[in-house]
Design a protein around this ligand. Structure first.
Ligand SMILES: [Zn+2]
Length: 320
């Protein structure tokens, strides 16, 4: 992220202006809400002039694969391989090409496929970042101003006037056939540039219920959840982790649909192979995710399921 190293100085001066700019008029609550899939666990949720990103990861580096997780390298990939001890470099061109606006960025956990691009986005777009202490410490290392950082732990339910967000304690995907566990948190007082390893201490995992434009949108960042934390949420849309590691969880899809009261719309997330570029074929992942679609439909006949295409707008129906 060497190219972004000078940005903290520039942006700290305009930070207070940016926060004022994030106040929005009540009319925006009536605009249709649009979702766009950024790949991996990344989403853009927008409503007129307000844009909320979740785990935006558009660099799609040729990085280390997760243990039995949602990605595997392909043969013939000519991009440089990035290892754990290499500098974590957010792709400026990719961010410029795919992120037009961001007022808030919600981060589910501090893994590179969720957080790598967030410092650059926060600095360029003056976005406020909501995440764990681990995530916020990564932001601090890159000089994101304190006024843009909101540290949460799960249980908060914050009102932002043009939207609100309930922070939900959650669990990381059961990687490595349930042997994955991390209690690591990014320490305070790091200074960029950081290595990939340094931006990867999980720091706990959160989910978010975003209430915007009359819609309740529940967003997960991976393939697990705490059932008790979801009781009574009743989302209109659920973005559900759908990669293969969900099969390590007991009755994953049916329990989730039941506790959420069979949401009208389910959209799978974190189901694509994030180790390959946007243009590469995702056919294997598209084929695999059909099983998740069938799981949802078999337990919740009233639920529509949309397998999202990268960057294609999904406009939500106005609430009844
Ligand atoms: Zn991930």
């Amino acid at each position: 992220m060497a190219r972004t190293a000078l940005l903290p100085v520039l942006f700290s001066a305009v930070c207070s202006i940016a926060l004022i700019a994030q106040e929005h008029s009540p009319q925006q609550a009536q605009s249709p809400v649009t979702l766009r899939y950024l790949g991996t666990a990344g989403w853009e949720i927008s409503n007129g002039g307000l844009t909320i990103l979740v785990d935006p990861y558009v660099s799609r580096i040729n990085g280390p694969p997760p243990p039995s997780g949602a990605g595997s390298p392909i043969t013939g990939d000519t991009r440089p391989k990035i290892g754990w001890d290499d500098i974590a470099t957010s792709d400026t061109n990719a961010v410029d090409a795919h992120i037009s606006r961001a007022d808030y960025v919600l981060v589910t956990h501090t893994h590179y496929d969720h957080v790598l691009d967030v410092p650059q986005i926060a600095l360029k777009k003056h976005a406020s970042v909501i995440g764990t202490e681990s995530t916020v410490n990564v932001m601090r290392a890159y000089g994101v101003p304190e006024a843009q950082l909101i540290t949460v732990r799960g249980g908060e339910d914050y009102e932002f006037h043009s939207f609100s967000v309930k922070v939900i304690s959650s669990l990381h995907s059961p990687l490595d056939h349930k042997h994955y566990f991390s209690s690591e948190t990014t320490p305070a007082n790091l200074k960029a540039p950081l290595t990939l390893r340094q931006i990867h201490p999980e720091g706990g995992t959160l989910a978010y219920l975003v209430r915007i434009g009359g819609q309740r949108i529940l967003v997960f960042g991976g393939m697990n959840y705490i059932e008790q934390e979801l009781v009574g949420l009743r989302p209109d849309v659920a973005l559900v982790g759908a990669a293969g590691s969900r099969k390590e969880i007991y009755d994953y899809t049916a329990r989730l649909m039941r506790v959420l009261g069979n949401p009208p719309l389910v959209i799978p997330t974190h189901w694509d192979n994030f180790l390959i570029p946007y243009g590469a074929s995702q056919q294997a992942a598209i084929d695999a995710v059909q099983e998740f679609v069938r799981e949802v439909q078999s337990v919740s006949r009233s639920t529509s399921v949309i397998v999202p295409k990268y960057f294609e707008a999904i406009t939500l129906k106005a609430p009844q």
